[in-house]
Design a binder for this molecule. Structure first.
Ligand code: FCB
Length: 460
């Protein structure tokens, strides 16, 4: 539960903002693999991304709102499928439009954190075998060589790949994201190809961007990783030692192996046997941390499981969000320390947020996570910014529009797609204005803080 009194001021120049992804907000990303997948009716609530939030046309309205909230950074993505809708055919109008969007942000003094790939690929690329096609990296490089010079002067922070482990695990191992494969060997190959894709993007950006928006120094490039705090489900009993082993394994498979591969430049077990990838070692100027939850590994009647069918295991008394994800602020600090130890590079929080349609948990979620983040800062983690997921309610992948992460609510059936800021948006705005958590802010939101029902066993 967040404490009520201590003042927590963030360093001068700390970046505050919100995060989105192209496919989830722009609308009509019709040439993409996700669009094609959605048409098969595979999204849980039977919705499709359709016009999404129509950010593509309403970006100025949204940027007005960003300014009202006080954001000085905005994370957004570009969609490869929009820029290269057919193999070798680039759409100059799409590129020009993205430039207009980025210039509008720059004019408003909002820094740009740009994601080059947030899982979605063009349908022509997917049809040719996606990341497993023999020429996948050549196609990716061709795209990079075209887009990086177009946007180089407008970007402050580059994210090469968003959560690369999600396509590996959900797309090729568990099979619930396109291309819906359940092939461990293919997953291992995609892991390696995505490492190469990251290294290639890192090198291309450094070679091609002479005048980055962040000033005279070299451009700043990283990836955004999906990090969870992984712990045994039981806190005592005979299963505990085995659950401990399982939790180590889950962390290893889900993010540590990726991180250690990037640090060492070699594909780490269990995804590979140490093969070297040229240009990979140390190819990060910062790390993007996406943190939402704790995962509890549970050994149950002989089954080795980290997830139960349809959701995660949640120990009794632990609060969850509407995604069924455990709300566990102390894990945030622990993850930040682990990332610092692994990389020793600056950290930006590129996602952190709560699925909460009624905005009942979100303020507490933000307050308690910012307290943990600040604690990590005091303890020596070099954290330079916080981007909340998400700005507006949007298309939440296979969950569709039913799951609502927005600081700003939106009814996707509303013909006007009106944006309605939730109370949490006002709170974040106050925090940004104060550059931290003041006693006044904590006092004003004390009712939220006290509504906390995180079990004592897990309280920080
Ligand atoms: C992350 C994704 C982001 C959004 C949030 C809720 O894993 O990067 O697009 O779906 O989860």
């Amino acid at each position: 539960m967040p404490e009520r009194s201590a003042r927590r001021v963030f360093p001068a120049g700390f970046l505050w903002g919100v995060a989105t992804a192209g496919h989830q907000v722009e609308g009509n990303n019709t040439h993409s693999n996700w669009w094609a997948w959605e048409q098969q009716g595979l999204v849980k609530d039977a919705t499709r991304s359709g016009r999404a939030c129509d950010y593509w046309n309403r970006f100025r309205t949204d940027h007005d709102l960003l300014q009202k909230i006080g954001c000085n950074v905005f994370r957004l993505g570009i969609e490869w499928a929009r820029i290269e809708p057919e193999r070798d055919r680039f759409d100059p109008e799409a590129i020009a439009h993205y430039r207009r969007i980025l210039e509008d942000l720059q004019r408003r003094g909002i820094r740009v954190c740009l994601t080059l790939n947030h899982w979605v690929v063009p349908q022509w690329f997917a049809a040719a075998g996606s990341w497993l096609a023999p020429d996948a990296l050549a196609r990716w490089e061709h795209f990079l060589l075209r887009v990086i010079p177009e946007f180089g002067d407008l970007v402050d922070l580059w994210i090469t790949l968003n959560e690369p482990m999600v396509p590996v695990l959900a797309g090729y191992l568990a099979g619930y994201h396109p291309p819906c494969r359940r092939r461990p060997l293919e997953a291992a190959r995609v892991f390696r190809v995505l490492l190469e894709a990251h290294a290639l993007a890192y090198t291309c950006i450094h070679n091609l961007v002479a005048h980055p928006a962040n000033g005279d120094g070299p451009p700043r490039v990283g990836f955004a990783g999906a990090y969870q705090w992984v712990e045994p489900y039981h806190d005592k009993g005979p299963l505990l030692p085995l659950e401990r082993v399982l939790s180590r394994l889950v962390a290893r498979v889900s993010f540590e192996a990726w991180d250690e591969s990037v640090v060492s430049g070699r594909v780490q077990w269990p995804w590979g046997m140490g093969r070297e990838i040229p240009g990979l070692a140390g190819s990060v100027d910062f790390i993007g941390v996406n943190y939402y939850m704790r995962i509890s590994t549970r050994l149950d009647a002989g089954t080795l499981s980290n997830v139960k069918s349809g959701g995660y295991h949640v120990p009794p008394g632990v609060e969850t969000s509407e995604m069924g994800w455990q709300i566990y602020p102390p894990g945030f600090r622990l993850v930040l320390h682990a990332v610092r130890r692994r990389f020793g590079r600056p950290i930006y929080i590129t996602e952190n947020g709560c699925c909460d349609s009624g905005d009942r948990q979100r303020r507490r979620y933000i307050l308690s996570h910012l307290q943990q983040l600040h604690q990590a800062l005091i303890e020596g983690c070099d954290i330079r910014g916080y981007m909340h997921w998400s700005f507006t309610d949007n298309f939440e992948w296979r969950e569709g529009f039913a799951k609502r992460f927005g600081l700003v609510a939106m009814d996707h059936d509303d013909p006007e797609l009106r944006r309605r800021p939730r109370p949490s948006a006002a709170m974040l705005s106050e925090i940004i204005a104060a550059n931290g958590l003041t006693p006044e802010i904590l006092e004003r939101y004390s009712a939220d803080i006290e509504a906390g029902c995180i079990a004592a066993r897990f309280a920080d």
